[in-house]
Design a protein around this ligand. Structure first.
Ligand code: GDP
Length: 451
């Protein structure tokens, strides 16, 4: 997702590098490129129009900053505008003052609601909540059963119309509004502090479905109504989102299938068009493929500035806490980033499962898209072997690794000297990046951009 948009935008910015001043023609050219990149990524036309107008106005009007060069200034403006159209600040769930908090899910069939219900339940459980899942999708064959399976995986109970009944025929005889009400009553009795209500979708927007969703909403008065949308559906996303906004007046958006290779326009348009923030993202079929959506981090991911914070958060799920905190400290303190850290980081990353997804979040300068495509675990084995063949002193002071040391390390790790050279070069880049991030508060080469 976003790869081609990201490539296009970063290529545009590259053209500005080294310019001392930006002429109006420079700004025009840049804005034109941005417009094309957004349209090609399927961002809705009105969103694109407003986006480029804002960028242009600010690029021409902004006071000349002493800390940023003109190219960086445009990157900063585009970054700010991306954050804005993605919904601004990270929006957390609204929890009810008197439990249970009621969260209703709505969206088209296949959007990923039932899957999301399980993910959200698992996430909330890990935060110390005691959620209950309520199965009100009585339309789709097997939806109740699927929710029960997800609930079991998440370790969260499921309230279903007739316990144990999962066949299409029997389930469809239930009344979803009554099930929703009963589910909430059950949560109150059994002291669940959060109720997640899964509802039925259709393949397209239709009146009956919308009425049913609106009836459920009216009956249970939820604290949050999350509109779940498949980011792969492209231009249709905006119309669907508008229809659901009119129909159930949702309070937040969940983007699913962000692991796919859609061009990302839906994701960039929905929040902007409906005025409702994106709150969560779903990035795969497993229950752990779930993220709290941070507009600022997504923007810097699109602009290829990496996403260290999300990386650390993901890491916390699979690392021990102490290690994660130590690593987070490394990123923010001005401590030196050594080859030992590099090795430790690599080992932790390996533990985290989906390698490419993790690496995609790392700053672009450390690992390029191309390297990512070519990335394989064997290469990682070789890098690890190289670092392991170094002495402790070499690891903290790589500058001393001269020609003869390189030859010794290559021999010790069974690789060619050129691979040692390459590895050290890449490490040097990563080290530089870490320093910049530590001192600049986030975006490399852009002091104070993340205030
Ligand atoms: P519902 O009809 O809205 O309840 O949709 P489901 O939860 O049944 O999801 C439809 C399909 O999409 C299922 O095959 C899910 O496994 C799949 N799915 C859901 N979320 C994601 C995601 O984030 N990434 C990917 N790749 N697949 C997903």
């Amino acid at each position: 997702m976003f790869n081609s948009l990201s490539d296009r935008l970063t290529a545009t910015f590259k053209n500005l590098r080294g310019k001392g001043r930006l002429s109006e023609a420079d700004v025009d050219g840049t804005v034109r490129e941005i417009r094309r990149a957004l349209l090609d990524a399927d961002v809705a036309v009105p969103v694109v129009r407003e986006f480029v107008a804002q960028v242009k106005e600010r690029a021409l009007g902004e006071e000349v900053s002493t800390s940023l060069n003109p190219g960086q200034q445009i990157v900063k403006i585009v970054n700010d505008e991306l954050v804005r159209i993605l919904g601004g600040q990270t929006r957390r769930l609204n929890l009810a003052k008197v439990p249970p908090t009621v969260i209703m899910l709505a969206g088209l069939q296949g959007a990923g609601k039932t899957t999301l219900a399980g993910k959200l339940a698992k996430h909330l459980k890990s935060q110390g909540h005691t959620p209950l899942l309520v199965a009100c999708d009585l339309q789709r064959p097997n939806a109740v059963k699927q929710l029960q399976v997800n609930g079991e995986r998440a370790g969260v109970p499921v309230f279903a119309p007739h316990p144990g009944v999962s066949s299409e025929f029997e389930a469809s005889t239930g009344d979803p509004v009554a099930v929703a009400r009963d589910g909430i009553a059950e949560a109150k009795t059994k002291l669940h502090d959060i109720v997640i209500v899964d509802t039925a979708g259709r393949l397209g927007v239709d009146t009956e479905m919308m009425e049913q969703a609106a009836d459920i909403r009216a009956a249970i008065n939820p604290d949050e109504v999350l509109f779940v949308i498949d980011a792969m559906i492209g231009q249709d996303a905006v119309n669907t989102a508008q229809a659901f906004n009119d129909g159930v007046n949702f309070t937040g958006v969940v983007l699913t299938k962000l692991d796919g290779d859609a061009r990302g326009g839906a994701a960039l348009s929905v929040a902007s068009v409906t005025g409702k923030p994106v709150m969560f993202a779903s990035t795969g079929e497993n229950l752990d493929d779930f993220e709290i959506f941070h507009p600022d981090r997504m923007a810097s991911r699109i602009l290829d500035m990496g996403d260290i914070l999300t990386l650390i958060e993901q890491a916390e799920k699979s690392w021990d806490k102490g290690e994660a905190e130590r690593m987070a400290k490394k990123f923010t303190d001005r401590e030196d980033f050594t080859l030992d850290d590099f090795l430790a980081q690599m080992q932790q990353i390996r533990k985290m499962g989906s390698m490419k997804k993790m690496l995609a979040m790392m700053p672009g300068a450390a690992i390029s898209k191309q390297q990512l495509e070519q990335f394989d675990e064997k290469q990682m084995d070789r890098v690890e072997a190289i670092v392991r063949s170094m002495t402790p002193h070499e690891r903290v002071a790589p500058k001393i690794i001269n020609g003869s040391r390189r030859a010794r390390i290559a021999k010790g790790s069974g690789v060619h000297v050129s691979e040692v050279n390459q590895m050290l070069e890449r490490f040097g880049e990563a080290q530089k990046m870490m320093k910049k991030m530590a001192s600049g508060g986030g975006i490399p080469g852009m002091p104070g951009a993340r205030g």
